[in-house]
Structures are given as C-alpha cells and as structure tokens.
Write a protein that binds this ligand. Structure first.
Ligand SMILES: Nc1nc2c(ncn2[C@@H]2O[C@H](COP(=O)(O)OP(=O)(O)OP(=O)(O)O)[C@@H](O)[C@H]2O)c(=O)[nH]1
Ligand SMILES: [Mg+2]
Length: 210
C-alpha cells in the first residue's frame, strides 16, 4: 500500500462525541501513554518532517481521539480511503483517577460503538512486553471481535539477541500468529512496510476496497 495523501479530519474530545463525516472504514491505534502511537502514525504516513500527529516525551500528550483521513493505493492499483485513528494513551500513572476514568470512557465508548471500525493496531513497548493495562485492553479488544494487529514499538532500542527473545515471548504471551506481531521503529522506519501491508489486508478483507 502506498500512501498518497493524509489530512487531519477532526477529533472527539468527550465521550459520546461524533467521528468526522464520511463513513470511511477506520483503523485505530491503541496503547499505553508514551508507547509511540503518534510517532508510529507519522512514520507510517511518511510524515516525519512535518508531523501530523503530535509527539511528546511527556506522557499523556494525546488527550482526544484524532482522525486522519488517508488515501492510498493498494495492490492492483486499487484506491483505499480510510481513517487512521490516534487514541489517547492509557495507563499513565500521574493522571488523577477521575481523568483516567474519563479517558477509559472516551476510548471504550468510541471502540465499542464505531460501526466502521475495521481493525485495531495495539502497540506494545518491545522492551517491556505487554503491561497489565495492555493485557486488559487486549482482552477488551477480543471481546469486540475486532481484528487486531500488534506493533512492538521502539525496537531500535534493543540489541539483536534481546529483540529475538522479546519477540518470541510476546508472540507466546498473546498466542498471536507470527505475522500478527510486527516489530516497529518510528526512528528507523523498520516495520513500516510490514504494517502497511497488514493494514491493507485488514481493509481489503473487511470489504472496504474503495
Ligand atoms: N527510540 C525510539 N523512540 C520512540 C519511538 N517511537 C516513539 N518514541 C519516543 O517516545 C516518546 C513518546 O512518543 P509518542 O509518539 O508521543 O507516544 P504516544 O503513544 O502518542 O503518547 P501519548 O500521546 O501520551 O499517548 C517520544 O519521546 C518519542 O520520540 C521509536 O520507535 N524509537
Ligand atoms: Mg500520542
């Protein structure tokens, strides 16, 4: 899949808010705060110089659900149009409990009611493997029966031996197929083509080729 254009399309700031118009298929990115969701979006969409999604070293940067409209060319020259959805990160310890509850409501309200959600990319920090919050999220996603891909982020921070070990561990913990778990680095661009290919498969398999 080749990305042709990307634009910010709108945001949901409060539970019950509406997605931007245009009933496009949606693929959401979930993961704990600071795991690299916004960085992955920028790299995936080829926007590393002029970022579309805001990146920050301070956890809790993305507080709204942000929608990016993407046009791409898939296999056989087929046009794909969809929303890539940047979710606020969960599991950030220094957020007051009431705000944390609101984020959960915002995220789960969106995921649980979006009729055009075709898949979720669940991000997991390659160095640490899935956290308790990640496992809770993964269980929630399984209950929705939404196709889920796993991106192991920040693999550039791991040595060769360590990453092979981590990758095997994560695949085992998640009981995931090998091609469902994609090592990724927003810094080096590793995994970008694999993830684009996997996203295309999700979009095409769920019947939204146009
Ligand atoms: N080394 C390395 N650092 C990364 C990578 N991806 C993200 N980072 C860094 O991790 C920090 C958090 O990245 P973000 O993309 O803002 O994370 P996020 O998941 O969107 O965070 P929230 O918006 O708080 O939920 C930033 O300092 C990034 O530069 C990566 O692949 N490799
Ligand atoms: Mg973010």
């Amino acid at each position: 899949m080749i990305i042709q254009s990307v634009e910010f399309a709108g945001a949901i700031g409060a539970p019950g808010g509406k997605a931007p118009p245009g009933a496009l298929p949606q693929v959401a990115l979930a993961g704990r705060s600071n795991v690299g969701k916004s960085s992955l979006i920028n790299r995936l969409l080829g926007r590393t110089r002029t970022a579309v999604a805001r990146v920050s070293a301070t956890p809790g940067k993305t507080r709204e659900i942000n929608f990016f409209r993407v046009r791409a060319k898939g296999a056989g020259g087929r046009t794909l149009e969809f929303f890539l959805v940047d979710l606020p990160g969960y599991g950030y310890a220094r957020v007051p409990p009431e705000l944390r509850a609101r984020w959960k409501e915002l995220i789960e309200g969106y995921l649980g009611t979006s009729r055009t959600l075709r898949g979720v990319v669940q991000l997991i920090d390659a160095r640490h493997g899935p956290s308790k919050d990640d496992l809770r999220m993964i269980e929630y996603l399984a209950s929705l029966e939404t196709p889920t891909l796993f991106a192991l982020t920040k693999v550039d921070k791991l040595g060769r031996g360590e990453r092979a070990k981590r990758l095997a561990e994560v695949r085992k913990t998640l009981a995931a197929d090998a091609d469902q778990v994609i090592p990724f680095s927003a810094h080096t661009g590793e995994g970008r083509d694999d993830l684009l290919g996997a996203l295309e498969a999700v979009l095409v398999e769920t019947g939204d080729g146009t």
